[in-house]
Write a protein that binds this ligand. Structure first.
Ligand SMILES: Nc1ncnc2c1ncn2[C@@H]1O[C@H](COP(=O)(O)OP(=O)(O)OP(=O)(O)O)[C@@H](O)[C@H]1O
Ligand SMILES: NCC(=O)N[C@@H]1O[C@H](COP(=O)([O-])[O-])[C@@H](O)[C@H]1O
Ligand SMILES: [Mg+2]
Length: 393
């Protein structure tokens, strides 16, 4: 039971991070009459454009986060990105604030070391072999032990930023420098992983709610330079692979707890399923659910957060998503080709409304449904390729 937004009885959700995923969370929350507050590091972020209010702060500044939480007193604090002052979230939770799904889940998944050690060492889930390194010398040693090719990632980064595949010792220094530039935080630490030759990779969206744990049908995806290009649902898997995937997702989400949606990233290999990483929030590859499910991953997240029931999740049709990315940095640009994209049958687009382009920045996505995955992928690709960015400078 709650009152209208902007009244003293309102139920309030405060998002920490206001990108394209948060924008959809805000819209779903508003459908249920919830008041929404969007916070991010820059003005006019996508979710800010649709929320009731917004704040621009350094997301790694704990004092700034605390100030806003104490002023707003939201019912739910909903992290939307990894790089947040998560120690402050842990303190706030101890003081009685609700963090989604939990402050510990936000803390552990913020850095690759926390979540990898929990998954591989505490829960003993199978993962790629890995090492951590703080210096180029340590990286040399780690890569020597794992062999080439190996994958190098800053421990604090997302969407492939600072990530590279290193094919020989001669490339190590360049990979190290790339990781130092790409990490979101000032920490210098990196993870090095053995390169996995997978057959496919999936996101298993897993929702923890008052109704228990529910799984969405698996989402297959293709990544380039560590960032997603296209995704589709359902991804074809054997009963055994689905069983292994759901068991891993159940174990790690039980351990992390709370209410909300998780994106469990898994590699499907000839020898079984490997755990890769997990987001305690909606997943970028899960945008496809806006075209395929009765309740999208965003609607599911909001229902779970508010402790409303999720009796069932229905897949209505096969579908696919395909991204539009920028290839230059500017704040003066226009997105064209929308008419062409929308003339593809059973296709929608989402234009995120980000105020600036950057090289590789995701600006929009095409979503298509079809009778089969092949056709859905083809439609989404044609629509996304019809879109273009015209830069004024
Ligand atoms: N050990 C590995 N072997 C082979 N490919 C890998 C490995 N690690 C990562 N990749 C590839 O790089 C992609 C991105 O890696 P990862 O998910 O760890 O990065 P990320 O920056 O957290 O991405 P996001 O935030 O988009 O989930 C993976 O989806 C996979 O395609
Ligand atoms: N893989 C995680 C992911 O896709 N997160 C989404 O991207 C935004 C950041 O985009 P930006 O870097 O373009 O500002 C985040 O706010 C979130 O919506
Ligand atoms: Mg990932």
């Amino acid at each position: 039971m709650y009152g209208s937004p902007l009244s003293s009885n309102a139920r309030k959700i405060l998002l920490l991070g206001s990108g394209e995923l948060g924008k959809e969370v805000v819209l779903e929350a508003q459908r249920l009459g919830v008041e929404t507050i969007a916070v991010d590091r820059y003005d006019h972020a996508p979710a800010m454009q649709v929320a009731h209010r917004s704040y621009t702060i350094d997301m790694l500044d704990g004092a700034a986060i605390r100030r806003i939480i104490e002023q707003e007193r939201p019912d739910f604090i909903v992290p939307e990105i990894e790089a947040i002052a998560t120690e402050t979230l842990q303190e706030l939770e101890k003081e009685g604030h609700r963090v989604i799904p939990t402050a510990r889940a936000a803390r552990l998944t913020m850095d690759r070391e926390g979540i990898r050690r929990l998954a591989a060492e505490t829960l003993e889930l199978p993962t790629a072999p890995y090492r951590f390194a703080d210096t180029l010398d340590e990286l040399l040693q780690a890569a020597g032990e794992l062999g080439y090719p190996c994958v190098i990632k800053p421990i604090m980064s997302s969407s492939g930023k600072g990530q590279s595949v290193c094919r020989s010792e001669a490339e190590l220094e360049a990979c190290w420098n790339y990781a130092m530039e790409g990490g979101r935080a000032k920490k210098q630490r990196i993870i090095v992983e053995g390169f996995i030759t997978f057959e496919s990779e999936i996101t298993l969206l897993t929702v923890r709610s008052v109704s228990g744990t529910s799984f969405c049908p698996p989402i297959g995806h293709v990544q380039k330079d560590g960032d997603y290009i296209e995704s589709w649902q359902p991804h074809e898997m054997t009963a055994q692979q689905i069983g292994e995937a759901e068991e891993m997702a159940q174990r790690i989400t039980d351990e992390l707890g709370g209410y909300g949606i998780y994106g469990v990233e898994l590699f499907i290999t000839k020898d079984g399923v490997l755990f890769s990483e997990i987001s305690p929030r909606p997943h970028d590859t899960g945008m496809v659910t806006m075209a395929t499910q009765d309740l999208s991953e965003f609607a599911l997240h909001v229902r779970a957060i508010l402790a409303f029931p999720i009796p069932a999740i229905r897949l209505l049709t096969p579908g696919a998503s395909h991204t539009l990315k920028a290839d230059r940095e500017t704040s003066s640009f226009r997105i064209g080709g929308i008419e062409e994209a929308l003339s593809v049958p059973n296709t929608q687009i989402r234009v995120f409304g980000k105020p600036e382009t950057k090289v590789g920045r995701r600006m929009a996505v095409a979503l298509s449904s079809a009778a089969d995955i092949g056709q859905a992928r083809e439609s989404a690709r044609i629509a996304a390729e019809a879109l273009y960015i015209e830069y004024d400078n």
